[in-house]
Design a protein around this ligand. Structure first.
Ligand SMILES: [Zn+2]
Length: 270
């Protein structure tokens, strides 16, 4: 038995409604005939050539990525550009591409719920809007307080390994109980978590924003790799699609390729 691109899209959009996406985002079906049959779907963070190659190796008919392929205006998809080569490879091999970005960030369960689960948070609300069920980021309490260092170690175990690694700002011995998380780049939420969370776990934290937060709040930060934090959502999304359409109808795979831009970590080791 097989499904179709259109049925996979409909199932995804029931879980990750397009209306939850940010205005600036570019989600949805990028290429692929809705009537084309689908027997295997590959889930990945980035729509890059190595992931298209992986889909071909797996004989996947469709790729679902978290990041969009095109976010700004496009005037050409000729294969003389990196993204044009991706589009040509996809269409040439009959592989559909669908992107679930901020709609998957905001939905529940979504991207930040997977990061919250990795931290050990059972019950959470959104960071923005504060207290809401659906929205950006998640905040909740650990069953019992642990040290900042122990939470860091837990994330080392739970996240896929990367060269980028995990960085911690704060005293490793300080107890943490209320944890805020945001998959991907979350420094826009710093002002919202300083009063309530003992530690904020997110990616792509910049020097000045991080330093201002630490000076103003005395709280802690854990900077996790953007790719790894969002990768955590992929197994959840894949198993949910199998549940929704039936595992004997559509099989899923989760990409094992680290598509983080950071490929080597040099310098001091502990
Ligand atoms: Zn991201």
């Amino acid at each position: 038995m097989t499904s179709t691109v259109g049925r996979v899209v409909a199932a995804l959009e029931r879980r990750y409604p397009p209306e939850l996406a940010a205005d600036w985002d570019a989600i949805g079906l990028v290429c692929g005939d809705p009537a084309a049959s689908v027997s295997r779907v590959l889930f990945a963070v980035d729509p890059v050539m190595s992931v298209v190659d992986e889909a071909m190796d797996l004989r996947a008919d469709m790729i679902v990525t978290h990041h969009p392929l095109f976010l700004r205006g496009v005037h050409s998809v000729a294969p003389i550009t990196p993204k044009g080569r991706v589009i040509h490879a996809l269409i040439g091999h009959g592989i559909a591409l669908y992107c679930a970005h901020t709609n998957a960030d905001h939905a529940r369960p979504g991207v930040s719920d997977a990061l919250a689960a990795a931290c050990g948070l059972a019950k959470t609300t959104a960071i923005d809007p504060p207290g809401a069920d659906v929205g950006t980021g998640r905040i909740g309490d650990l069953d019992e307080a642990m040290s900042l260092g122990e939470l860091g170690t837990r994330l080392v175990i739970e996240l896929p390994g990367t060269e980028h690694g995990i960085r911690i700002a704060g005293n490793l011995e300080q107890p943490v109980r209320t944890v805020a998380v945001c998959g991907g780049a979350g420094d826009s939420l710093l002002e919202l978590v300083g009063d309530t969370a003992d530690v904020y776990v997110t990616g792509d934290l910049r020097h000045h924003r991080a330093q201002d937060f630490l000076m103003a709040t005395g709280k802690a930060l854990i900077d996790v790799p953007h790719w790894a934090a969002e990768w955590l959502w992929l197994p959840d999304a894949a198993s949910t699609l199998e549940q929704d359409l039936g595992a004997d109808t559509v099989a899923t795979s989760v990409s094992t390729i680290d598509t983080s831009p950071w490929t080597t970590h040099v310098g001091r080791s502990q």
